[in-house]
Design a protein around this ligand. Structure first.
Ligand SMILES: NC(=O)c1ccc[n+]([C@@H]2O[C@H](COP(=O)([O-])OP(=O)(O)OC[C@H]3O[C@@H](n4cnc5c(N)ncnc54)[C@H](OP(=O)(O)O)[C@@H]3O)[C@@H](O)[C@H]2O)c1
Length: 268
């Protein structure tokens, strides 16, 4: 029997592509969105309401989920968004909200479903982190911090869940073409003039990363493989440059840091 897969944030980007792909392959797919009514009748899979940053929404969603399915094999923690901007110019409240969704939202959804996975002594939790969960580029400090937090949390949790036969895997994509950039949030009214010249450059470098983004099917394929694999790896960077980026950071840190500084200096 094909597995039942729950994907948070299945209205757009990776989540939508993955949900469509798995549905076509015969998986039982359940997706989520904060506004499922917008997609009524437009998607071939079930879409339930969930705002991962809202405790009451998670509680209501968990009750609804088990009205729709008796079986759950895989949770894909995919819902998330990106705060961009110079760290000092970004109000802490924006950073806090970033964590409410990307870190606490992911943790709380996982916690809501763990009793179920533990009872059935089987399950898989795949979390869409980011390459910025492994490296730290400028202009993305809170986003980077939220993904490092998620990365660290699951790095520890995997050992605790091993005894229950619950697999824990991370996916760490580089830039891919989705609506992440379009939906990004940035502070607009807290500019510090000392950063004016740098801000122009670093914004251009961030934009270039998004403009050069890869097609998202590689991420969908990577998650599909993790679902099929008997013993999948914990960490799974996706993207053409990930091997080089991580090699340089780990074994040639000066060259790595120099290349980040240069990419900002040379951005137009
Ligand atoms: N694209 C990239 O280059 C890239 C690279 C590395 C990692 N990622 C990660 O990939 C994941 C998916 O992003 P994407 O690139 O596919 O962007 P996207 O196209 O903007 O999709 C984001 C999805 O997350 C959902 N979402 C956002 N906030 C939510 C909340 N509070 N509660 C529930 N759902 C929420 C959205 O659903 P609704 O708006 O319908 O609620 C949407 O379906 C994110 O975790 C992102 O950090 C993306």
């Amino acid at each position: 029997m094909k597995k039942t897969v729950l994907i948070t944030g299945a209205s757009s980007g990776f989540g939508l592509m993955l949900a469509n792909n798995l549905h076509q392959q015969g998986f039982n797919v359940i997706g989520t969105s904060r506004t499922p009514e917008k997609y009524k009748g437009k998607l071939p899979f079930k879409l339930l309401a969930l705002d991962v940053s809202d405790d009451s929404s998670i509680k209501y969603f968990t009750e609804k989920l088990f009205q729709h399915t008796k079986q759950l094999d895989v949770l894909v923690n995919n819902a998330g968004y990106m705060v961009t901007g110079i760290a000092e110019e970004t109000p802490v409240e924006l950073g806090r909200q970033q964590f409410e969704t990307n870190f606490w939202g992911t943790v709380k959804v996982t916690n809501a479903l763990l009793p179920y996975f533990r009872r059935q002594k089987q399950g898989q939790i795949i979390t869409v982190s980011s390459i910025v969960g492994l490296i730290g580029p400028p202009n993305l400090s809170y986003y980077t911090a939220s993904k490092h937090a998620v990365q660290g949390y699951f790095k520890a949790l995997r050992f605790e869940l091993d005894q229950f036969n619950i697999k824990v895997n991370m996916v760490e994509p580089v830039w891919f073409k989705t609506n992440l950039g379009h939906n990004a949030v940035s502070a607009t009214n807290n500019k510090i003039s000392d950063y004016d010249a740098y801000r122009k450059k670093v914004d251009a470098a961030t934009q270039k990363g998004m403009d050069d983004a890869e097609e998202p099917d590689a991420v969908v394929k990577a998650i599909g493989k993790l679902i099929e694999h008997k013993k999948p790896k914990f960490s799974n960077p996706v993207g053409k440059m990930t091997g080089m980026i991580l090699f340089l950071q780990n074994y040639a840190p000066k060259i790595f840091e120099g290349s980040i500084l240069k990419s900002v200096q040379s951005a137009k």
